[in-house]
Design a protein. Sequence first.
Length: 322
Amino acid sequence: MNVKIYPINFMLKSLQRTILFSVFFFFLAFSPQSGFSQTACTNVYWTSGWCTMCSGSSYSCNPPWSGSGNWNNGIRNFSNPIPGGNVITSVSVTVNQAWCGYGTLCVYINGVLLQCKPAYGNCNCGSCWPMTFTYSGALPGYNYGGTNSIQLTISGGSGIQAICVSSANICFNYAPSCVQSGAPSSASASPNPTCGGATTLSVAGGSLGTGASWFWYSGTCGGTFVGNGASISVTPSSSTTYFVRAQGNCNTTICVPVTVNVNSSSVAAQSASASPNPICSGATTLSVVGGSLGAGASWNWFSGTCGGTFIGTGASISVSPG
């Protein structure tokens, strides 16, 4: 039987490594998130080329070096990593390399210049790198639905203008796309005026942005909510002014008003009288008793039947029956 004896210091060091690993694993597994950052990243690589350095790693090189491999004018394509419904707010590109030449290194995405930085000096095996290039704002010409390209160029400086790169990490900060609503130009009601029945309110002009809808209020803009949509039905009991505006994720527009005029209804007369009555001949005065007139109404008199032969208008008329 073989028996192995380990020095006490070896055992202690092993135990110490085990404890440290356990604590580190616990921290990774259970430490709380500090917050969600809306960032999407992707990598591109220049992994074949003339330069072999730094423990045998292979890198592409910018001409005029001979045998520069698959440099392709510093261009690499990549697919959009940003989730749908978002837009770029800023860009960060970190370039990693093995040996930097002389001159100024510039980074482009789809032909749009992000930034240029001097890359002077012999920084063997990446000791002066990586270098980060940034761009603030929306990126013109970016293809959210497919393939884009990054390009590295180097210029200026004295002597050889060359650089060896291994990869680039492209990170996009993004936010939900936001299309603002346009204010309506007018609103209408049909029928208008009404006699107390339903009328349809409709909005005209304007446009709805991201997550927006038309909101209707009565009394004041933003007052009592009565409905949403391009058209709604309301039944006001009295003349009422309504207001409509667009409300969404990005903005709230101004309101436009429309007033629905509600006409009061007439109340039937209780009776009618004639004076003098009876008569032998000549004229007599007909008068309405009770009731009331609604908006635009008048008392109309007929003979024979209700609505028969029209004989006059007014609360009192004079007639001379034959």
